[in-house]
Each structure stands twice: as C-alpha cells, then as structure tokens.
Ligand binder design. Structure first.
Ligand SMILES: [Zn+2]
Length: 145
C-alpha cells in the first residue's frame, strides 16, 4: 500500500501547545512535500507549528541547556575592575586631575573627582573613553574654554 500522502487538509497527530496534548490537527501549510509547517488544532482551533509527537519529548530534554564552562573556550570574561586593576598596574603614567579643557592621550591616568582614578583608553577629537574602578565612561576633553 502506498504511503498516505501528507498534504493540507489532512489530519495529523501533533502536540498542541495550548491543549498541552497530542491531538488531531488539520494541516494548513506545508514546508515541502514531506514536511508539515503549520497545523490547526481540531480541539481548540489554534494554528501553530507542527510538532511531531514522537520527537517532542526528545526535544524537551534537549532544550534544557546546561551551562557548560568549557563552551566559552579561551574567551575569559574579565570584569571592569579587573581591567582597571590591570591597566593601573601596567601604567607608569602619573595621574593628573581631570578637566574638560585638558587634552589626554591613551594611557594617561586621570584623577576624576567623582569616579576616582581612571585610565584613558580610546581618544577621539573631543571625547576620551576612560576605565574607572566600576565603569567605563566617555568623558569630554580638549574642550576650548
Ligand atoms: Zn489545541
């Protein structure tokens, strides 16, 4: 006997996400000749993606992802304070008070009245990116007074 063709309008068993049961659904859309895209629940009439009841239980166990420490590989996440500490230890620059009319260059250490010591990272024409103990800030510099 030739296998029954699956096509729109036919009934299939699919897992209804609303009824939370494997129920008879009517195929409303096909992905291709062999795979069903959308089905309509015969019980609650919700149109949803076809969920093969024979594979849905397998999917359930797979969706519960375990956070694996090795998955990140060599990319070590360092916190801002780690970065700040590392930069401060590395630099030999003397800290200087921060002022928006001053001109800074990368590697300069500034002493901010509010944020404390920070190391200048990126320098643009009128702004500098500075690593402070708890945050990275973009500050104005080189401003004509
Ligand atoms: Zn339903």
């Amino acid at each position: 006997m030739a296998s029954e063709q699956i096509t729109t309008g036919k009934d299939v068993l699919s897992f209804c996400t609303k009824c939370k049961l494997n129920l008879a659904h009517t195929i409303v859309a096909m992905k291709d000749a062999k795979s069903i895209a959308k089905v309509k629940c015969n019980t609650c009439t919700t149109i949803q993606s076809f969920k093969d009841p024979s594979t849905s239980s397998a999917n359930k166990t797979r969706t519960k992802k375990k956070p694996t420490l090795t998955s990140k590989g060599s990319t070590k996440i360092i916190s801002i304070s780690d970065l700040w500490m590392e930069q401060l230890n590395k630099t030999t620059a003397k800290s200087q008070p921060y002022g928006i009319d001053q001109k800074y260059k990368a590697g300069d250490v500034i002493d901010h009245t509010k944020f404390g010591p920070g190391i200048v990272q990126n320098v643009k024409a009128s702004t500098i990116e500075v690593v402070f103990r708890h945050e990275i800030k973009t500050l104005v510099h080189n401003k004509e007074m």
